[in-house]
Design a protein around this ligand. Structure first.
Ligand code: GAL
Length: 415
């Protein structure tokens, strides 16, 4: 072959590659807050270094757990104006809201092409799949049944051992109260934060298998263990900060950092937040599972999918391939307080993350309600409303009735 021909051919291929890796990509999420934004920005910066010709548009709508972002996203998706890729929870939030209505492209073949299909736990692949096709790439594995605590205050009030039972936990809260500290920091401005405590209390009361059975139609919600969980939530309200309804989750977590509160039950994005504030895990703050949930990993997974008619589809695929790589997963997760979805990615050397990675491998998994994995969106909204009413009125019968109606509405068992 003539030299000049090879040269032209090579230039053409280079040009095509550059062309294929240029333009824009719009990434949609709600990661604007402490710890969360830092993880996203670090990942985007790395992506931009790898693909300098692709301009990333970081589209965010503030509000923990997607309180506001989800509505904006839905409007855009239904209005035919999708972003190129977006944050969506594994489970019902992905399948019921976007896949079943036909708004997403399957990614199974791409995952296989990228050599990543068998790099995720099969249970995780199952909950991002519908009728045999994978519809999103799991980036994070978060855990929600964790109680973080301020180590300095913990020691100061004379606690020597992390509570393992409900009685021990209540005794520890009493000690904190007697010492003049806020025992349990709570910020339920966006409702889901209180709902998250109740879902964890449900896991403690029912156990993983029965809790999971509530959502696969094997066990009725009309069960005394639901009353007990609600009862315990009412009990916890004796220990929370009075301004809880005015605070977002970061503001509540910050009460620990400011040496005002001892405990905070929060998903482990709080671990990322504490680190961003400058705390060292294991030294400044400790953690333990909500008593009764030690054998369970309450799972939240943030994933990214490909909407049909993504304006920059090719760039979206380049980004998704990047997100599926150990490189991206190892940058994002340690900052965020989560562990990688990929089994071969390193969770980092932080003691919380190492322990969490081990727990994820060995414990029973239960899906979160309030983060959209366990049940359809309609149930999540009503569940959060029921818990919000409970927190205000302390009326257990009414809250239970609201949850039963919500379950009935989406076809779950109530008798
Ligand atoms: C969850 C999400 C986490 C974190 C949290 C608080 O729904 O999965 O990644 O962002 O909300 O905003």
């Amino acid at each position: 072959m003539k030299k000049w021909f090879v040269l032209i051919l090579l230039s053409f291929v280079t040009l095509m590659t550059v062309f294929a890796q240029s333009g824009e990509i719009e990434i949609f999420s709600w990661w604007t807050g402490g710890g969360e934004e830092a993880a996203l920005l670090a990942t985007i910066a790395d992506f931009e270094q790898l693909y300098p010709n692709i301009k990333v548009i970081n589209a965010t709508v503030a509000g923990g757990a997607g309180t506001n972002a989800k509505a904006v996203l839905k409007t855009r998706m239904l209005g035919g104006n999708p972003p190129d890729t977006f944050q969506v929870h594994a489970g019902w939030e992905l399948t019921d809201t976007y896949v079943i209505p036909g708004l997403m492209e399957p990614l199974t073949d791409y995952l296989k092409l990228w050599g990543a299909y068998d790099k995720f736990p099969s249970g995780l692949i199952d909950i991002v799949s519908y009728e045999g096709e994978v519809y999103s790439i799991p980036l994070t594995i978060h855990r929600s049944n964790v109680i973080f605590y301020n180590k300095k205050l913990f020691n100061e009030i004379g606690l020597t051992k992390e509570p393992e039972t409900w009685q021990e936990f209540i005794a520890a809260l009493d000690k904190a109260k007697a010492s003049g500290y806020i025992p349990l920091a709570m910020g339920d401005k966006e409702k889901w934060e209180a709902g998250q405590i109740v879902e964890n209390l449900m896991v403690a009361e029912f156990g993983a298998a029965n809790y999971n059975a509530l959502f696969n139609g094997e066990l009725s919600f009309n069960d005394n263990r639901l009353d007990s969980a609600l009862q315990k939530m009412v009990q916890l309200m004796n220990y929370v900060n009075v301004d809880h309804a005015a605070l977002a989750w970061q503001e509540a977590a910050r009460l620990l950092y400011d040496n005002k509160a001892v405990f905070n039950l929060m998903g482990d994005w709080a671990e990322g937040y504490f680190k961003e504030l400058g705390w060292t895990p294991g030294e400044d703050f400790g953690w333990f599972e909500l008593p009764g949930t030690q054998a369970v990993f309450v799972l939240i997974s943030d994933t990214f999918g490909l909407p049909k008619n993504a304006p920059h589809r090719n760039n979206a695929l380049i980004f998704l391939e990047y997100l599926a790589s150990p490189r991206a997963q190892e940058i994002f997760n340690p900052i965020k307080g989560s562990i990688p979805g990929r089994v071969d990615a390193n969770p980092g050397d932080d003691p919380y993350l190492i322990e969490t990675a081990e727990d994820f491998r060995t414990l029973a998994i239960s899906p979160s309600i309030v983060h959209g994995s366990a049940a359809p969106e309609a149930f999540v909204t009503s569940f959060n409303d029921a818990v919000n009413a409970l927190v205000t009125t302390k009326n257990i019968t009414q809250a239970k009735q609201m949850i039963l109606w919500a379950a009935e509405d989406v076809g779950l068992l109530t008798d």
